[in-house]
Design a protein around this ligand. Sequence first.
Ligand code: SF4
Length: 121
Amino acid sequence: MTEKELICVNCPMGCRLTVTMEGKEVLSVKGNTCPRGEAYARQECVQPMRILTSTVRINNGTHRVLPVITEKEIPLELMEQAMAEVREITVDAPVEVDTVILENIAGTGVNLIASRSMKHA
Ligand code: SF4
């Protein structure tokens, strides 16, 4: 059995969580004040997820790059593959906020969208 210490990031209380594991199986979570803490700890230990935020190149925009974000969290283990796809993207201005820039990033079923609008320069 192993123990992992985590801090829950779901609210400002930042509860300190202690997760007991047997191999890849979570046996118990302690230290959480509410059920969200346990769900977070289980997800984090079994398949950590993250929102990807980055930028892509944009032609004729008011800036050289356009900020982008995934609509939902994606598995942390696919972040490198997702970033490789992001680096290949160039879009043309103008772009509206929430426009889908890339569907199904890294095969996750999650879309990459523009996190701001950008006008033609
Ligand atoms: S366990 Fe609940 S109360 Fe504690 S930080 Fe997480 S969400 Fe907040």
